[in-house]
Design a protein around this ligand. Structure first.
Ligand code: UDP
Ligand code: MG
Length: 301
């Protein structure tokens, strides 16, 4: 059986079209669709309940918005298939590609990634920022993350491996490569979002990007160490020049050196603070999501 995991946050118009498109694409294939309602404030949950009258469809509802990563995790934890496909609810990840993914999986791939061949009708600024983020992530993880997306098929072994990473700020897209199984790619065109609006604000996206880079790389922590070393060296050279009689006594030069140093020290403390806050988040060990309703439980009662 193949499980299809679909995180949904305020997607009332998209639940049925997504369910229909996935069922259409998976004709003749035993499957289950798991919608994870990430604390929607619209009618998504009642739409999911209606859709879940089909025995192949299950709905899980969060008590509030916990974010897409948490919704993906909950879906994978609930999935009972030998493989699971994670996809967006807005049909930007074309269901027609799923059979190709399944074919590669049957051919032996443990992870099949959907790779964006074009970024669709995205705003240029968004595309540029995503490009910077993806190249930072590629450096941090050591894998090519350009064009990577959350449209991924995972074999049962890969699902269990990804779920075994219990960190709070997990980043599904990178983790599914990080676990190291044989991965293949399937190209797809990002379709335009037909109904509803994108759920990301710039602030949400920037925080998400920073946390993900930090969760895979400690490099920012070292940068201040190297910057400190380089500046001390400059100071040393200035001192030697001064001792050798060069005329460097200028008030402005002195002040600017102090300001530069203060800036660097503050920035370094900021980076440190950021990582400490990540440690704090982890150490609290709070649940990553809380489920308030599950159609599977209703059916069992
Ligand atoms: N999503 C979610 N929780 C959130 C934000 C988004 O589950 O807090 C879901 C959303 O319903 C959709 C997917 O994540 O199925 C991608 O969201 P969106 O289309 O807004 O983002 P983009 O296409 O820009 O990646
Ligand atoms: Mg989208």
């Amino acid at each position: 059986m193949i499980s299809i995991v679909i995180p949904a946050f305020n997607e009332e118009e998209n639940i049925f079209p997504a369910a229909e498109a996935v069922c259409g694409a998976l004709k003749g294939e035993e499957h289950e669709i798991i919608f994870v309602d990430d604390g929607s404030t619209d009618e998504s949950w009642s739409e999911i309940l209606r859709a879940a009258e089909d025995p192949n469809i299950r709905g899980i509802r969060f008590s509030r918005n916990f974010g897409k990563e948490a919704a993906i995790r909950a879906g994978l934890e609930a999935a009972s298939g030998e493989a699971a496909v994670v996809m967006d609810c807005d049909l930007q990840h074309p269901p027609a590609v799923i059979p190709k993914m399944i074919e590669k999986w049957r051919g032996g791939a443990k992870v099949v990634e959907g790779k964006k061949s074009s970024r669709g009708s995205e705003r240029p600024a968004h595309g540029a920022l995503a490009g910077i983020f993806n190249s930072l992530m590629s450096r941090a993880t050591g894998f090519d993350m350009t064009g990577a997306s959350d449209f991924i098929l995972l074999d049962r072994r890969a699902i269990d491996a990804v779920l075994s990473y219990g960190e709070q700020g997990s980043f599904f897209r990178a983790l599914s490569q990080f676990v190291g199984f044989r991965a293949e790619e399937v190209e797809y065109e990002v379709a335009a979002r037909e109904r509803g609006r994108g759920k990301w604000t710039f602030k949400k996206l920037a925080g998400y990007a920073l946390r993900n880079v930090a969760s895979f790389s400690s490099l920012p922590l070292y940068i201040s160490f190297f910057a400190g070393g380089a500046i001390s060296l400059i100071g040393l050279v200035l001192l030697i020049l001064g001792l050798c009689g060069a005329n460097l006594e200028s008030f402005t030069a002195g002040i600017s050196v102090v300001i530069i140093l203060a800036g660097i020290i503050l920035a370094a403390i900021g980076v440190l603070g950021f990582y400490v806050s990540r440690i704090y988040e982890e150490i609290k060990g709070r649940p990553k999501y809380i489920i308030s309703e599950d159609t599977d439980e209703r059916n069992r009662i």
